[in-house]
Design a protein around this ligand. Structure first.
Ligand SMILES: NC(=O)c1ccc[n+]([C@@H]2O[C@H](COP(=O)([O-])OP(=O)(O)OC[C@H]3O[C@@H](n4cnc5c(N)ncnc54)[C@H](OP(=O)(O)O)[C@@H]3O)[C@@H](O)[C@H]2O)c1
Length: 347
C-alpha cells in the first residue's frame, strides 16, 4: 500500500507558535496526509487561514494521529501529550512541561539530533532563549569545551504569548497619543519604553526567574554536560519578535575570536554578521521572520584570558519554537520514528 502521508495534530493551532507551525508544515512540504488543528474550547469551530476548522481536545478527537505538535502551554501538554502518545502519536512539545523529564529527550536539530533515538513518545523542544544560544555554542563547545557562561538576555514580548504583544502595542499607542495607559496585565510593570529585569516568574523563595533556570538547566541537558556553570539574567524588552543575548563564554581550551568566527561560519543554522566598524551586527528586526541564528560582536573578553563575548539573535517564534519543532518532525520522519508507539509514555 502506498504511503498517504502522516496524520498530524497541531495543538494550540490558533496561537503564535501554532500558526507558524501550520505554515512551516506546508512551506517545508512535510509529508502530511491530513493536518488537524486543535485549540481551546473558546476557538472550536473557528476557521483558520488555509481552511482548517479548529477542533476541541477529547478522547475521541485525538485518536489515530502519527504526530502531534503541541504549543498550548504546560498544563495542556501535561494533560494531553501522554494521551496522544497512548493513542499512538509521537508528540513534539513546545511547553516547558516535559523538558527536564529524564525519559524525554530535549532536542535542537543542529545540536543533539542523536537524542531523538531515545524518545518514548514525547520529544521536548527547548525554551526559545536556550534554543538559539545552544545552536551558536555547540561548535565552540566541541572545539574548546565551555566551562562557564554569563548570559544577559533581551527578550521580545512575543515570547510571552499573543496577549503580551497586544499589551505592548496598546501601551505604546496610548503613550504616543498621550492617552491614559491601562494597568499592566501580562507583566508586573509597563513594558512599553521600558526594560524589565524579570522575564518569567519567581517561585516562592527563588531569586532567579523560571526563565533563568530554564537557561541554566536546559543548556546543560542539551549540551550533555552538567558541569557547565551558567549565570543568567533574563530581561524583557519592548521588541515584538527576536530575542537578543549577550553571552560571555569561558572555555577550558584557548579559543580566539578569529577561530570562533570561522567555526560559527561553518556551523549549520548559523549566520555570522560581524563587522562592527561598519555597524553590522545581528539585530532583532533583521532576524524576525528568518530561521537562522545570527551571531556577531565576537571579541575577546578583556577581563578574562580564556573568555569571549558574543551577541546572539534569533526569531523566538521560528528557530526558538516552530522551526525547530518542524525540523524535529522531519528528522523523526527520516529516522522512521513516527507513528504508533509501542513503549509506554512517561507519566
Ligand atoms: N512564544 C514563544 O516565543 C515560544 C517559544 C518557545 C515555546 N513557546 C511555548 O509555546 C506555547 C504557546 O506559545 P504561543 O506564544 O504560541 O502562545 P499563544 O499565542 O498565547 O497561543 C496559545 C495557544 O494555546 C491554546 N490553548 C490555550 N489553552 C488551551 C487549552 N486548555 N486547550 C487547548 N489549547 C489551549 C490557545 O488556544 P485559544 O486561541 O483557543 O485560546 C492558543 O492556540 C507555550 O507553551 C509557550 O511556552 C513559546
Amino acid at each position: 500500500m502506498s504511503f498517504a502521508g502522516y496524520r498530524v495534530a497541531v495543538v494550540g493551532a490558533t496561537g503564535q507558535v501554532g500558526t507558524l507551525m501550520l505554515d512551516l508544515l506546508r512551506e517545508r512540504a512535510f509529508p502530511a496526509g491530513e493536518i488537524v488543528a486543535f485549540a481551546s474550547e473558546r476557538s472550536v469551530g473557528r476557521e483558520l487561514d488555509g481552511g482548517l476548522v479548529v477542533r476541541g481536545l477529547s478522547e475521541e478527537s485525538i485518536q489515530g494521529f502519527d504526530l502531534a505538535l503541541f504549543s498550548a502551554g504546560g498544563s495542556t501538554s501535561g494533560e494531553w501529550a501522554p494521551r496522544f502518545v497512548a493513542a499512538g502519536a509521537t508528540v513534539i512539545d513546545n511547553s516547558s512541561r516535559w523538558r527536564m523529564h529524564d525519559d524525554v529527550p530535549l532536542v535542537v536539530s543542529e545540536v543533539n539530533p542523536q537524542a531523538l533515538d531515545s524518545h518514548r513518545g514525547i520529544v521536548a523542544n527547548p525554551n526559545c532563549s536556550t534554543m538559539q544560544m545552544v545552536v551558536a555554542l555547540k561548535p565552540l563547545h566541541d572545539e574548546a569545551h565551555i566551562e562557564r557562561l554569563v548570559i544577559s538576555t533581551y527578550q521580545a514580548v512575543s515570547g510571552t504569548g499573543r496577549r503580551a504583544v497586544e499589551e505592548l502595542l496598546e501601551q505604546s499607542h496610548a503613550l504616543l497619543h498621550e492617552l491614559e495607559i491601562s494597568p499592566p496585565r501580562e507583566y508586573a510593570h509597563q513594558i512599553a519604553f521600558n526594560a524589565l529585569p524579570q522575564a518569567g516568574s519567581f517561585a516562592e523563595g527563588e531569586d532567579h526567574t523560571d526563565e533563568e533556570r530554564k537557561l541554566m538547566n536546559e543548556t546543560r541537558k542539551i549540551l550533555g554536560d552538567p558541569s557547565i556553570r551558567v549565570s543568567a539574567t533574563c530581561v524583557r524588552v519592548p521588541v515584538v519578535t527576536g530575542h537578543s543575548e549577550a553571552v560571555n563564554v569561558q572555555t577550558r581550551e584557548p579559543l580566539s575570536p578569529e577561530r570562533a568566527r570561522q567555526l560559527l561560519r561553518e556551523a549549520p543554522g548559523v549566520t555570522v554578521v560581524d563587522d562592527p566598524q561598519d555597524a553590522r551586527y545581528p539585530l532583532a528586526i533583521d532576524a524576525a521572520g528568518k530561521d537562522d541564528v545570527y551571531v556577531g560582536r565576537i571579541r575577546r573578553d578583556p577581563g578574562h584570558d580564556g573568555a569571549l563575548d558574543i551577541w546572539i539573535v534569533a526569531d523566538n517564534l521560528r528557530k526558538g519554537a516552530a522551526t525547530n519543532a518542524v525540523q524535529l518532525a522531519e528528522l523523526l520522519h527520516e529516522r522512521k520514528r513516527l507513528g504508533v508507539q509501542r513503549t509506554p509514555s512517561p507519566a
